[in-house]
Structures are given as structure tokens and as C-alpha cells.
Write a protein that binds this ligand. Structure first.
Ligand SMILES: *[C@@H]1O[C@H](CO)[C@@H](O)[C@H](O)[C@H]1NC(C)=O
Ligand SMILES: *[C@@H]1O[C@H](CO)[C@@H](O)[C@H](O)[C@H]1NC(C)=O
Ligand SMILES: *[C@@H]1O[C@H](CO)[C@@H](O)[C@H](O)[C@H]1NC(C)=O
Ligand SMILES: *[C@@H]1O[C@H](CO)[C@@H](O)[C@H](O)[C@H]1NC(C)=O
Length: 352
């Protein structure tokens, strides 16, 4: 009988030691891991705030790709407009995102104005200018932001047309901002005629825009465009292509670069623009990582931020965690001692 109790106690104390060790290892890991976390926002040398680029203008505050939308984005202090350019039947560049079989359907009243005309890009600029490009916005309220618009703004939104590229370039010139755009056509959003680049470049040059204000993005006929207008800033979405051309400007999806890659590009003086960034936390993180600019639907959310939503000096961060660790450690020791005293009586009787 006595032996049985003794071996029972042996197993029990081995078990206790095991639990104790596991507990200590886990606690140590939990206590120490924050010291190993590195967030770009734990830094003593916060990069400057990224510049803002209005994605189709300010599409939460006005119908996308309309002059009202671009004017609204100017109120956020954007450094550049982002848009989409297509060529009309008479080879005039105009602004429209959707192409192919959805051409004009989502954002204009083409079905009412031109019943029976199919969606193909078979419209002269003059025909396109008769379309309403704003009523869809108040009808569908795509960002649930309509209630933030005044009566007057709603009336203005309802009255928007499809802008020609020239109309936008007038704003570019007047407000000294830059312009970055995708060039599209009806068959395939990425394949278009070299003549489309030609007509677009010609339109830009005719208006006397300073060429460094044009951030040329379409890769397809880049080298032709560079010959035609060497002053454009060439913007790349593939790093390899940029290196081959000796360029220094990347434009990528926000999720395709890590904080480290961003910081390496910035160290080699490459401008990094990321799209489409619509949340404050993401904007904050990219700010800490040092991106040069972001393309955004929500410039109004970022325009007044004077610092990232959270940013800590590394010493402050360490201090907070060490203090927290010490307090938890004291608490644990206290609990342990209290529990031990409470159980001491039970130990001697061997009753569990
Ligand atoms: C283009 O539009 C004209 C009317 O302006 C029409 O007669 C013609 O059939 C259309 N072409 C195509 C390919 O849709
Ligand atoms: C805008 O309003 C004017 C008159 O105020 C009107 O003539 C014009 O057709 C409207 N444009 C659109 C696209 O609704
Ligand atoms: C236009 O902006 C550029 C910076 O992109 C600046 O250097 C230049 O002085 C500005 N020009 C005017 C007229 O404000
Ligand atoms: C980046 O630009 C800065 C200032 O213009 C210059 O001092 C530095 O040497 C450049 N770095 C590289 C890697 O070119």
C-alpha cells in the first residue's frame, strides 16, 4: 500500500516538473517574442508622408473619371491624376475605364442615348460627349458616400460628361500636377495599336504640357514613345524592365512588394508608387515603409494625416514591453506563492 502511494507520488512530481518546464518555456517565448517583432512603424526615422495620386480622381466623392472627380482630388492636394485613356473612332483620346464588352455600360447612359448601338468602341468624341457620365453615381452610390455630398455637389455629379484627355490636360497644366494613365482599347485592355500611343502623345504635346508631368505607364510601345518624347517620366511595373531601361520609377499593386523590398528600392533612389490604397492602416504601414506615393480612391481620408496611425520609437516600444513583462512576471510569482501556500496542507495528506 505504502509503495503504491510512493510511486504514485513519483509520477506526480515528474509530471509537475514537466508542466513547470513547459510553462516556463512558453512564458519565456511569450515574454520575449515582442522584442523580435519588427514592424516598419517601429522606427526612429520616419520617412516623409507618401504623396497622393487620385485613382480616377476622387471616385468616392464624385463619379470616377469625370472632371468633377479630378477637381475633388485636387482638394486633397494630389500630386497626380490617375486615369484610363481610350481612343474614339476619330482617334481622339478620352477618359473611360471600362472597355471591351462593358464599354460605357456601367458609367454612362449609352443605352438610352444610343439604343441598338453595341458596346464596341465605335463612337466619335462628339457622340461620346453627349453621354451623361454622372447619374449612375447617384443611382448606384458605389461607395455608400452619396449622403456626404451636398445638394449642389449631387447636382454637379449628375451633370458630368465623359471628358476628353485634352480637358483633363487643361487641369494638369493649370494645377501643375502630373498624369499617369492606362491606355486601353476595345479588344483587350492591354493590347492596343502603337498609333494609340502616338495620338495620345501628340495630344499631350499639343497642349504644351511640361513632359516631365507625364508619367508614362503603358509598356507596349514604350521605346517608340521614348523616342517620340524623351521627356516623359517612364514608370514601370516590372523591376527587370526598369533596370534594363535605366529607369527609376516603379508602380505596383500594394501587396506585391514587402517592406524590405520597398526600402531597398527607395535606397537606390527609385520612386515607388503603390495602388490602390484605401485604408488608413495600410496607408500608415506603407508610409512607415517609405513608399513615395500611393494611388487611392480615398484621398480625403489621408489628406489631413500628419503622422501614421501608429508609430513608435524602438526604445519606447522596448520599454513598454519590458515593463509589461516585469509586471506579468511579478503577478505570476505572486500567484504561484499564493497557490503554493493554499495547497501546502493538502500535500502532506496525499489526497488529490
Ligand atoms: C458604327 O456605328 C455606325 C453608326 O454611326 C454604324 O452604322 C456601324 O454599323 C457601326 N459599326 C460597328 C462595327 O458597330
Ligand atoms: C448639364 O446641365 C446643363 C444645364 O444646366 C444641361 O444643358 C446639360 O445637358 C447637362 N449635362 C448633362 C451631361 O447632364
Ligand atoms: C510645378 O511642380 C514642380 C514639381 O513637380 C515644381 O518644381 C515647379 O516649380 C512647379 N511649377 C509651378 C509653376 O508651380
Ligand atoms: C540617391 O540620391 C541621393 C541624393 O540625391 C544621393 O546622395 C545618393 O548617393 C543616391 N543613391 C544612390 C544609390 O544612387
Amino acid at each position: 500500500m505504502g509503495e503504491a502511494v510512493e510511486s504514485h507520488l513519483h509520477v506526480l512530481s515528474a509530471c509537475k516538473i514537466f508542466i513547470m518546464m513547459t510553462f516556463l518555456v512558453v512564458s519565456a517565448a511569450v515574454f520575449l517574442c515582442p522584442l523580435a517583432i519588427c514592424s516598419p512603424c517601429i522606427t526612429s526615422n520616419l520617412p516623409p508622408k507618401p504623396a497622393l495620386i487620385g485613382h480616377r480622381g476622387a471616385p468616392m466623392l464624385a463619379p470616377e473619371n469625370t472632371l468633377m472627380s479630378f477637381r475633388k482630388s485636387l482638394e486633397c492636394g494630389v500630386v497626380a491624376f490617375e486615369t484610363d485613356v481610350q481612343l474614339s473612332k476619330d482617334k481622339k483620346p478620352f477618359l473611360m475605364h471600362d472597355c471591351g464588352k462593358n464599354f460605357l455600360l456601367r458609367t454612362t447612359d449609352v443605352k438610352d442615348k444610343f439604343p441598338g448601338r453595341d458596346g464596341s468602341n465605335n463612337f466619335t468624341l462628339q457622340e461620346l460627349k453627349t453621354l451623361n457620365a454622372g447619374k449612375w453615381f447617384s443611382r448606384s452610390d458605389p461607395f455608400w458616400t452619396l449622403s456626404s455630398l451636398s445638394e449642389e455637389e449631387r447636382r454637379e455629379a449628375d451633370n458630368q460628361t465623359v471628358p476628353s484627355l485634352s480637358e483633363l490636360l487643361v487641369l494638369v497644366k493649370k494645377y501643375n500636377v502630373s498624369l499617369i494613365f492606362d491606355l486601353k482599347n476595345e479588344n483587350n485592355s492591354t493590347v492596343f495599336q502603337s498609333s494609340d500611343s502616338f495620338y495620345t502623345t501628340e495630344t499631350i504635346n499639343k497642349l504644351g504640357i511640361s513632359p516631365d508631368k507625364i508619367w508614362w505607364l503603358p509598356p507596349e510601345y514604350r521605346h517608340d514613345v521614348m523616342k517620340m518624347e524623351p521627356g516623359f517620366k517612364q514608370v514601370y511595373n516590372k523591376q527587370k524592365e526598369m533596370l534594363m531601361d535605366g529607369g527609376n520609377f516603379m508602380n505596383m499593386n500594394f501587396s506585391s512588394l514587402s517592406a524590405r523590398e520597398i526600402s531597398e528600392l527607395r535606397k537606390s533612389n527609385v520612386s515607388v508608387n503603390l495602388w490602390v490604397v484605401n485604408e488608413r492602416w495600410l496607408f500608415s504601414l506603407l508610409w512607415c515603409s517609405g513608399v513615395s506615393s500611393v494611388t487611392t480612391n480615398a484621398c480625403h481620408l489621408f489628406k489631413d494625416m500628419s503622422k501614421p496611425d501608429w508609430h513608435l520609437e524602438p526604445n519606447m516600444y522596448k520599454g513598454i514591453w519590458i515593463a509589461t513583462d516585469i509586471v506579468s512576471l511579478l503577478l505570476m510569482i505572486g500567484l504561484f506563492l499564493w497557490q503554493r501556500r493554499r495547497l501546502t496542507g493538502d500535500w502532506s495528506t496525499g489526497i488529490y
